[in-house]
Design a protein around this ligand. Sequence first.
Ligand SMILES: [Zn+2]
Length: 369
Amino acid sequence: MTNGIVSLDGAHSILDLPSLVLALSPADRELFNRILHVSESVGELCAPESMHSWIEKLFGSVAAVERQTIIKTTNLVTFEGTLFNALRASRPFESNHSSDIDTILHEGVGDPFCSPLEGTPEDIFGRVHGVRCVTASNIAKYDAFHGVVVFEEHNPLQFDADSVNDAFDVGLEWGRRALEADPAAKYFFFMWNCLWKSGASILHGHAQVASTRDIHYAKVEGLRRQALDYRQRCGSNYFDDLIAVHRSLGLTAEVEGAAIVNSLTPIKEKEALVIGSAMDDNLKRAATLVLDQYVHRLGVTSFNLVIYMPPLAPAPEDWSGFPYIVRIVDRGVPTNKTADVGAMELYASSVVSSDPFRVAAALQTAVPA
Ligand SMILES: [Zn+2]
């Protein structure tokens, strides 16, 4: 890293994906084609002379704009899908936050979350106290059990491995307390929205927890059913195969007991999946590593992090083989007023600028050998 820019010379690009798939061994290619579909196309345009200098300044050359290659990926199991345009993806990672954001992060100290015992309500089962955070009851609830994990530190980007681990542990303990209060509230969901681009309404560092009854939240239940259907059709675990496909293309980083996957169908920028068989130290270490690299090295300021996991108590439906998955996605620069999610993401396929090969290469340089 020099001058705040992370150099990744030699990393593959998303444009290489069709040829990389062709170069896979027959067995790896078969597995790839079972899960993913790749389509390549070229968009062309004619730019008037009067636009040339503006185009060169923004995109490097007129030729790059006149012929643009688009890679469209589709997950044939989950029907997540992404459109990558290399013209948008080639920009370097800027590892520095702008001073505007630093100023904003220091503003607002003294808010209700800075003194949570006085400034926030507690759940009917009380509060879970961690070392670096404490829970509160969410004042306007998504669901019957909806809590907040309030970080001790006001600045949401001022976290370290210990504080993130503490937030995970406290969140899970909150889920167990909710289950004691209502044995039907077994479907636990952990989420962390960081800064307003991610949907956070309060700047002070906090995650949220919810426990629901009867059926898990729609996207988690959908994934469980898709994975079950995959196992019945193909005879293998979908998540193991998803990791294997990404590993065969160099899109994983391995931490003991957990895999970090830079998805070929990211929901938005830089999406990483951290997958393990339990919410144990390995999975937490891997998730913390991704967050630390994203925020402290690759310039991410606003992000969403969630945990998908089986219910906290036995359920009538089949959760066997469903792992613990931490999903982390970059939500863009907080000072940019344009939303990163539009009609395409809500109703068609995600349009993504970041290149999963470059993000994976950056993460791999940080994984201890
Ligand atoms: Zn605060």
